[in-house]
Structures are given as structure tokens and as C-alpha cells.
Design a protein around this ligand. Sequence first.
Ligand SMILES: [Zn+2]
Length: 380
Amino acid sequence: MFFKDIIGQQEIKQHLRQSMHDGYIPHARMLTGTEGVGKVALALAYARYLCCTDRNVEDACGTCPSCIKFNKLIHPDLHFVYPIVKNDKKKKEICDDYLKEWREFVLKNPYFNYNLWLEFIGAENSQGLIYARESDEIIHKINLKAYESQYKIILVWLPEKMHESCANKLLKMIEEPPANTVFLLISEAPDMVIGTIQSRTQRLHVPPVDKESMTARLKELTVGTSNRMEERLQEELVHLANGNYLRLLELLDNTDDRHEFLELFKSIVRCSWRKNLKKMRSNADIFAAMGRDRQKAFLSYSNNLIRENFFYNLRIPEINYINREEAEFSNNFSPYVKEGNVIGLIDEFTLAERHIESNVNPRMVFFDLSLKIAVLIKQK
Ligand SMILES: [Zn+2]
């Protein structure tokens, strides 16, 4: 990761470079902000910049021995701390036991979140934590001599997931760090980090990515692919992503689905309203042919759409994240989503999703759902 690879965030990049040129290298920084804005990417670019032996004003060189090791995240003076899930059978107890997976994951895309990481290590149903024992590992690492670089860097991703006793020891290290040690903490919930750590780190808030930079990246992603899209749609995706690059990627993945899902949803509502049993059956066939993953995706899409329609009634544009096509539909549909039935509708879609997960016959699930919608939608 270089500064040039980061989407937007010009001010933060400039601040990090400039402070270094001014000789101001805080021994503990905390980058805060929501997911998908590039906090890890910024921390990695900064770490690379600090260690590069041939950096220029703008960025690291990319060719010195330090940069070459950064390309694979194998620089001996770069250490990582991140939430893990203990696995006694596989003898995975500390962060370094997951180091191979971590490097692969971060190199694939430095824009990620907690759930994606847990999914990557096959632990999506568990709680990822930075366990108490990790503090011994960190102490050991900061007491090592810097091998090759002037600085030793400890990057702590999500310190809010840290066990209290580990956090207390980390605090001591931050209070009295050995020379040339730089802690880079990356937090999405800084208020959940112990106050004494918060007050002893130099805080840098990373805002949502600006629209121009998002649009530029989206163009790069879609040029020359089947995903090439008209400007109007691009604008829409950037608006919906709301400064979160991860969300943009997700939206890009779902563009085609979204249109198809909306059409099916419209059809369900229409035939539920008219109690058109024949059409309900043929819709159930369409649904059954989708396959389990897309069935689940459709149900969760529908659930969101119901929520959005409820908000749509309240006319608060900032919390509406529907596209133009959906907005056209919502103009007619939203008056039917009311206080009296919104919870019921959401419950029915959630239940259907659960039934699909437990392998209930999709035709039956869908037909049942259509009947329940027919009742709920007419409620006063
Ligand atoms: Zn270099």
C-alpha cells in the first residue's frame, strides 16, 4: 500500500507526510472513523513511508529493500495485532498464529471490516478478540531490536476488541515506549477503548471518502468490463455508498441483482394485493429457481426495501438509501408500509430467510410469505 493507492483522503495523507518531514513522529497514533474509509490502508502507507530508505516528498520509493518487504507485509519491524478466534485444536492462540491468513487477507484488499476478516478465517459465527495473552507477545516484539528499519511499528487493528488486561499492559507500553517504536491504533469505536489509551494517543479522524475520489475509483473499476455503466448509475452508486468504499464494492456486485429483485418484489406486492393466486404460484417458481444464496439475498433485499419505504414516508432524505428506480416504486408503495404493519412485514421476511436457511421447500416458503403479505398490506 502506497499513499497513491488510497482513495481520496488527501488531507490526511498530507498531514501524515508533512508531520514526518517536520520531524514530528508521535509514538502512538489512533486513526478513527467508520468502516470502508481507508484507515488500515493509510496506516500501512504511513508505515511504509516511515521505513522507506529512498522516499520522496509524496510517497515511498517502492524499490528499496524495505519497500520490497512491505509489498508482502513481511518487514521484520512491522508487527500486527488484530482480533482472532482461539482454536485449541489447530493451536491458534495468538495473532501470529494467523499471520499467514492475515497477510493474504490484507494484501488482497486493504479495505475490509471485522465481519469480512472473521469470514476469511472461517469464524463468522464467533467473537473475534485480542486476548489477554497477546500482551506478552507485544511486549516481546517491542523489546526486540529494530532489525532493518529505524522504526519498529506495531499496528493494532480494532483495539476496542482488546481484553482489558491486555489493554492495560498496552497502555503501559504506550506511556513508556522504547525508542523508535510507533504504535498505530485503528479504531471504529474509539469510545470503547480505555480512556487512558485514548488520551495518550494522537488522534486522527478519517472522514468518509469524498464523492469525486469515489467516482474516479468506480470509473477505474468498471472501465472496459461488462460492468461499464452510464454516468447516472455511477452517481447513484456513489451516493448510496456514502463514502464507504466497501459498500461501493458491494453495490457494484449487486447492480444486476438489485434490478431483478425489485421486479420480483413489485410482482409479489401486486399479486398479494389482488390475491392473484395463479401469479403467486408462478412467482414461487421464479423464486425456487434462484438457488439458495440468491433466495436469501432477495429476502434480505426485500427486508431492507420495506425498512426504506417506512423511512421514505417520513421524508428524511439523509436516511433514504434507495436508487432512482426504487424511489419511483416507493412513491406508490410507501403509503402501505405503516406503523401498524412494518414490524409484521419485516418479521415475515426474516422468518422466510430462516426457513430457507434450514432447507424448507422454497416454493412453500414463498407462497406462505405471499399470503401473509396479502393480509399485512391491507391492514389499516
Ligand atoms: Zn522504499
